[in-house]
Ligand binder design. Structure first.
Ligand code: NCD
Length: 306
């Protein structure tokens, strides 16, 4: 088993499949009245969040607690210390406390990689800048597999703000490792040429959502991340929505069995219409529930569970 989960590229097909299978066993637990397992009793998991989070943070905390670990939540919001220094100082503190695993979310791409040099415990990337978010990709893959029965050969369209999306990057890496066919869809300004080129052997790029939908098993809508945009990437929200938003009319172009995903938080009415988000095809709430099982599996396996 790997020691850290910093990138979806850390996972080969066998390891990723082991995590998904273990997550399925963990999911069976959530149906029981007593949801706790003693697996990580006496171990310490630190949640180190330098950036806002609702789902991911709660999910990691619930996962660690269900495995009986001691959980320390560290929120760095409001800290004015410069990034590199504060991260190293914090890492040394965590090291002194004997953290067995550190779950980190940070606005700087690569922060989990640096952290892994300073602590002895396992490092789990919970989102670093615009770089990666590997447990999100795992929970997305888990959701696809449980809804559609397989990943190999699945046609997945990832739509929208690919440029700023760590969710997209991790999903491309993981899904192609597991045999899915990924098409990135969005305005040319939001599909970085370097990403497209680096992945071109395994992924396709399209600027026409309507053309891609009829041949997709999964459509994953991405949040338009205005907080990361220094330039204007499209004429207006209305124009973006008209071309790349998923509304009811567009959703009907999907095959009968296809599912609609979104990692949250959503801009309802922008990249996804409220009726689509709340439709039976949407797996958005399921993704959140699956996130706990997947993160249990990750913590359990990284910390040496058998
Ligand atoms: C995403 C994130 O923070 O990267 N959300 C999540 O973790 N569920 C996606 C986003 O912010 O748009």
């Amino acid at each position: 088993m790997i020691k850290h989960l910093r990138s979806a590229a850390d996972l080969d097909a066998a390891t990723a499949t082991l995590i998904l299978d273990t997550a399925a066993e963990m999911a069976a637990l959530s149906g029981r009245e007593v949801k706790k397992l003693p697996a990580l009793r006496g171990r310490t998991v630190v949640n180190l969040f330098y950036e806002d989070s609702t789902r991911t943070r709660i999910s990691f905390e619930a996962a660690a607690k269900r495995l009986s670990a001691d959980v320390i939540n560290f929120s760095a919001k409001g800290s004015s210390v410069s990034k590199g220094e504060s991260l190293k100082d914090t890492a040394l503190t965590l090291q002194a406390m004997g953290a067995d695993a550190v779950v980190i979310r940070h606005s700087a791409s690569g922060a989990p990689h640096r952290l892994a040099n300073w602590v002895d415990g396992s490092v789990v990337n919970a989102g670093d800048g615009t770089h990666e978010h590997p447990t999100q990709a795992l929970l997305d893959a888990y959701t696809m597999r449980s809804r559609l029965g397989r990943l190999d050969g699945l046609k997945v369209a990832i739509v929208g703000d690919v440029l700023h999306s760590r969710v997209a990057r991790s999903n491309v890496l993981l899904l192609t490792t597991l045999g899915a066919q990924v098409t990135l869809v969005g305005p040319p300004t939001l599909i970085p040429l370097d990403v497209a080129a680096a992945l071109s052997e395994k992924t396709q790029v399209s600027y026409d959502l309507d053309a891609v939908l009829p041949d997709s098993d999964v459509v994953m809508m991405l949040r338009v991340q205005t907080e990361r945009m220094q330039d204007s990437y499209f004429p207006s929200a209305r124009e973006y929505s008209r071309r790349y938003g998923l509304d009811m009319l567009r959703m009907r172009k999907l095959p009968e069995h296809a599912i609609v995903m979104h990692p949250g938080p959503m801009n309802r009415g922008m990249e996804i219409a409220p009726e689509v988000a709340d439709s039976p095809r949407s797996t958005i709430v399921e993704q959140v529930a699956n996130g706990v099982s997947v993160r249990m599996a990750v913590l359990y396996l990284l910390l040496g569970g058998k």
